[in-house]
Design a protein. Structure first.
Lengths: 143, 174
């Protein structure tokens, strides 16, 4: 039963060799720290949910930073016409069910002149700030 | 099906919440879990999120280890449970993002997916077939363990795998 068919051997090998070996070393300490906090009955290491208005302010700060930085990063030929704003998943939780917050978010984005939104992954211990670049969002992991 | 007497030696320490047991569990399974999550979610970042969520959840619900018989099957089942919830959440987030983007005429950056033929073919499979392939080839689970994870019979797991592989093969021969 372990081998339903030998016809798949080469396809199985292709599937197993797919992609490059992942380097999980960087994430291990973060996960272990979160586990340690959990078993020690402390907080989970998850970033606290910030008030909804904070997301809007951060978007505006990101836009200002982007404008200041745009001269450096707009060299890509494939760059879209305007800046890209990266959105953290926590922000969705803050505004996704609240039309007022959503409108505030939309207004601040319009003010920023952004033309592109980039959703970011939700790795709890990554920094919760985000910033924008002309050629696409850049997101640096802390070492 | 392993008997309780052959239970994994880490189980007791995991149930007791010993951090070094979780570190051993990570070293033992992280790569397989990450590959499996990456195939199911089609995203390296989602796989990393899923891995972190998994270990936090395992630590939070560590009492359950006392009743676990097959450690690997239990951990992979927990990964799958969290991953499916994460995929639903991700889909909802993108829906909200589209609404905001439309209201201010923004475009949404496309997901950064590999575009090789095999990855595309995998992504075209229904999730219940893709997850059997991921659990078998990335997770290196037996069909009996896959059956445990998915709560189906081993024969169903094997036939689902065969069907998925046939579909993949046909798709790649086009």
């Amino acid at each position: 039963m372990e081998k339903p068919s030998d016809n798949f051997v080469s396809l199985e090998q292709r599937l197993q060799n797919r992609g490059t070996a992942s380097d999980l070393a960087w994430i291990r300490p973060k996960i272990m720290r979160a586990v340690q906090m959990e078993v020690g009955d402390e907080t989970t290491g998850r970033l606290p949910v910030s008030p909804p208005w904070l997301g809007v302010i951060v978007v505006m700060i990101a836009a200002v930073l982007q404008v200041a930085d745009s001269a450096e990063v707009c060299k890509s030929a494939a760059a879209p016409a305007g800046p890209s704003v990266a959105v953290t998943p926590d922000m969705f939780e803050q505004f996704s069910n609240d039309p007022v917050e959503r409108q505030a978010m939309a207004d601040s984005l319009a003010l920023s002149g952004a033309t592109r939104l980039t959703p970011l992954p939700r790795l709890d211990s990554r920094p919760a700030f985000f910033f924008a670049t002309q050629a696409g969002s850049a997101f640096q992991d802390t070492p | 099906m392993p008997k309780p007497s052959t239970a994994h030696p880490l189980l007791g320490a995991l149930a007791a919440g010993k951090p070094e047991a979780f570190a051993s569990l990570y070293d033992m399974l992280a790569l397989r879990l990450h590959k499996t999550a990456g195939t199911i979610a089609a995203s390296r970042e989602d796989a990393e999120d899923a891995l972190q969520d998994l270990f936090v959840r395992l630590a939070r619900e560590r009492d359950k280890f006392a009743h676990v018989i097959d450690l690997e099957a239990y951990v992979f089942a927990s990964l799958r449970h969290g991953l499916l919830a994460q995929l639903r959440r991700r889909s909802m987030e993108r829906r909200h993002l589209r609404r905001i983007a439309q209201s201010v005429a923004l475009e949404i950056a496309p997901r950064d997916l590999p575009d090789d033929e095999l990855t595309i073919a995998l992504q075209e499979l229904p999730v219940e077939q893709r997850e059997v392939i991921a659990l078998k080839l990335d997770g290196s689970l037996t069909f009996a363990q896959i059956a445990d994870v998915l709560r189906i019979s081993p024969n169903t797991a094997a036939s689902r795998y065969r069907y998925a592989m046939e579909k993949l093969q046909a798709r790649l021969e086009k």
